[in-house]
Design a protein around this ligand. Structure first.
Ligand code: KIV
Length: 265
């Protein structure tokens, strides 16, 4: 029987305590938000990956707060149960804590989302603390942090165990309600999960995390760009869509669409 109560950050903590895994997927628009919610996905992340998989940018770096708000509003409108988290894009929180407060507040007010996510560990702990203190729930993100791809020298697995542990603890101690761990060896991610008292959500971080997140377009085979090895593709929608569009084109060209059933008399 479906539990239709909206997911809260407190519920996510309870799930960790009970050993109940958290299912999170990215979402960027109203129709998919409805599908994700109907599938009882616990958390919908309006990721700044929208820049890559929807807008076609080469990385997440060009994404703006206005773009996140546009997509965030659509997702919130399509969601009843899932907890909606919106990514703070590059340069919306790194320059100053005052900036971070203003931009996180703007994202929450304009969209109605429950929480924001930002990338970074020890260095971002004061920012996370400042947001949490004014009532803004924050999801942390450590390991491979795509906004820092140029600093990291590419999208690489992060293996510095001591730094990763310190980052995760700093984010949790600052009051984040959870932490995404991206592209980290499974044994290190499992150790982090045991070391922190907030849920860890892994992506390319093995099965030892408290939950998992995947990028929607990758898991559904919607965009045929490079697919990282950690992604499991649960559907292959691009060929289905191409076939449907080809059939439509052929029927228009042949004059067989619209038929009488699609016409008014
Ligand atoms: O932007 C995003 O989709 C993300 C996930 C990869 C965690 O940050």
């Amino acid at each position: 029987m479906r539990d239709s109560k909206p997911i809260t950050t407190a519920r996510l903590r309870e799930m960790k305590a009970a050993g109940e895994r958290i299912a999170m997927v990215t979402g960027y628009d109203y129709p998919f938000a409805r599908l994700l919610d109907a599938a009882d996905i616990d958390v919908i992340l309006v990721g700044d990956s929208v820049g890559v998989v929807v807008a076609g940018y080469p990385s997440t770096i060009p994404v703006t707060v206005d773009e996140m708000i546009y997509h965030g509003r659509a997702v919130v409108r399509g969601t009843e149960r899932a907890l909606v988290v919106i990514d703070m894009p590059f340069m919306s929180y790194q320059v100053s804590i005052a900036d971070a407060k203003r931009q996180a507040g703007r994202i929450m007010q304009a969209t109605g989302c429950t929480a924001v996510k930002l990338e970074g560990g020890v260095a971002m702990a004061p920012t996370i603390r400042a947001l949490v203190e004014i009532g803004i729930p924050v999801l942390g993100h450590i390991g491979l942090t795509p906004q820092a791809v140029n600093q990291l020298g590419g999208y690489k697995v992060q293996r510095e165990k001591e730094r990763l542990l310190a980052d995760a603890k700093a984010v949790a101690d600052a009051g984040a309600f959870g932490v995404v761990i991206e592209c980290v060896p499974a044994d290190i991610a499992a150790e982090i999960t045991n070391a922190v008292n907030v849920p860890t959500i892994g992506i390319g971080a093995g099965p030892g995390c408290d939950g998992q997140v995947l990028v929607l377009h990758d898991m559904l085979g919607l965009c045929e760009r490079f697919r990282p090895s950690f992604v499991k593709q649960y559907a292959d929608l691009a060929p289905t869509i191409r076939k449907a569009l080809g059939t439509y084109r052929d029927e228009v060209k042949a004059g067989t669409f619209p038929g009488p059933e699609h016409s008014f008399s």
